[in-house]
Each structure stands twice: as structure tokens, then as C-alpha cells.
Design a protein around this ligand. Structure first.
Ligand code: GLN
Length: 185
């Protein structure tokens, strides 16, 4: 669990439900000790800045590139994208998903919403909160789409062991998306 900023607590509770031993990752040594990583929602610009301050940017890039299973939600999805279409100044990412992502694609905080969504690999629907959520606007052919809105907008993708979703299932205590991550270890 990358624990620099964001809704770390909600993810930790969800992972504990699955029997995971949750490590709050803030240093390269923490990162080296985990079998999988969740990058939470929050503010991608802040998480990226803190990653730089903590000397975590290169270790994260290397770990993800060498096959660490990762789930990124919302800001976490942005931080996994190869390209951020409207980055804040000096904002970068850790890579892992060959996608282009647009931040705050639905407008500001007032345009946040909840819905039920199908996610490939999960039976039934997942309750999803979109909070200043990003959208995947372009993707490489090696990236699998695992969730879309009725409008066709892409809100969930997977490439190898790296998964990113625009929304937050963890705030409802739904552990099924996290289960997909655990299954990929
Ligand atoms: N808009 C935020 C960002 O750019 C993401 C919001 C979220 O994680 N809920 O990082």
C-alpha cells in the first residue's frame, strides 16, 4: 500500500478483509518487502511530489517495470499512466500502463457521482464512486479494457499485472477488485 497521501486507510481495511498483511510503503526498503502494491486515490500531483521527496520515483518505476502486481485507483491510475494529458507542472508518473489519461475528466468536485459498473473478472456489478475522476482516452493494443461507463468511456484497464481504475470501490468496503490484485500475485 503506497502510503504517501490519499485514502490509504480505506484500502488497508479492504486488503485486511482479504487476509493480507498490509505494509504502508514509504521507503525503497518498504517497497522491496511487498508482493503487490496498491496506489490509492488522493491527489496524483501530491503523491508524485512526495514520491520524489522520499526517493521513491525510480524504485517504483523499476519495481512496476519488473512485474510487481499493482492496483491504482483514481489518482493511482493517473500515476500508472505512460502519458498524462494535462499534467500539473513537474508532474510525472511511474508507468506500467501504456495509456493516456485525462485528469478531472468529469469536471470538478461537484461533478462527482456514484454508479454500478461491470468489471471484467468480477461477477455482478461493482458500486463505484467517481471523485474528480480521470478517464482513459487512448491505449496501446496490449492494454485490456476491464470497465467502461454506459457512455463508452474507459474507466478500468489492465496490462499484465498492472490494473488501474478511475473509481473507488474501497469506500464501500467492496474487496472484489482487490481480490483480482491478490489473485495476480
Ligand atoms: N483528481 C485527482 C488527481 O488528479 C484524483 C482524484 C481521486 O483520486 N479521487 O489526482
Amino acid at each position: 500500500m503506497l502510503a504517501l497521501q490519499g485514502d490509504v486507510r480505506e484500502h488497508a481495511v479492504t486488503l485486511e478483509k482479504l487476509g493480507c498483511n498490509v505494509v504502508e510503503v514509504r521507503t525503497p526498503a518498504d517497497l522491496a518487502s511487498v508482493e503487490a502494491l496498491v496506489i490509492p486515490g488522493g491527489e496524483s500531483t501530491t503523491i508524485f511530489k512526495l514520491a520524489e521527496v522520499f526517493g521513491m520515483t525510480e524504485p517504483l518505476r523499476e519495481a512496476i517495470a519488473s512485474g510487481l502486481p499493482v492496483l491504482g485507483t483514481c489518482a493511482g491510475l493517473i500515476l500508472l499512466a505512460k502519458e498524462i494529458l494535462d499534467p500539473a507542472s513537474n508532474q510525472g508518473s511511474f508507468g506500467g500502463l501504456d495509456i493516456s489519461v485525462r485528469r478531472n475528466a468529469f469536471g470538478n468536485q461537484n461533478d462527482s457521482f456514484e454508479t454500478e459498473l461491470a468489471v471484467r473478472g468480477i461477477e455482478g456489478e461493482v458500486r463505484a464512486a467517481f471523485i474528480r475522476a480521470p478517464i482513459v482516452e487512448a491505449l496501446d493494443h496490449s492494454v485490456e479494457v476491464i470497465s467502461t461507463l454506459p457512455s463508452g468511456q474507459i474507466v478500468g484497464v489492465r496490462q499484465g499485472k498492472v490494473m488501474g481504475i478511475s473509481f473507488h470501490p474501497e469506500i464501500y468496503g467492496d474487496a472484489r477488485v482487490h481480490q483480482l490484485l491478490v489473485d495476480s500475485i
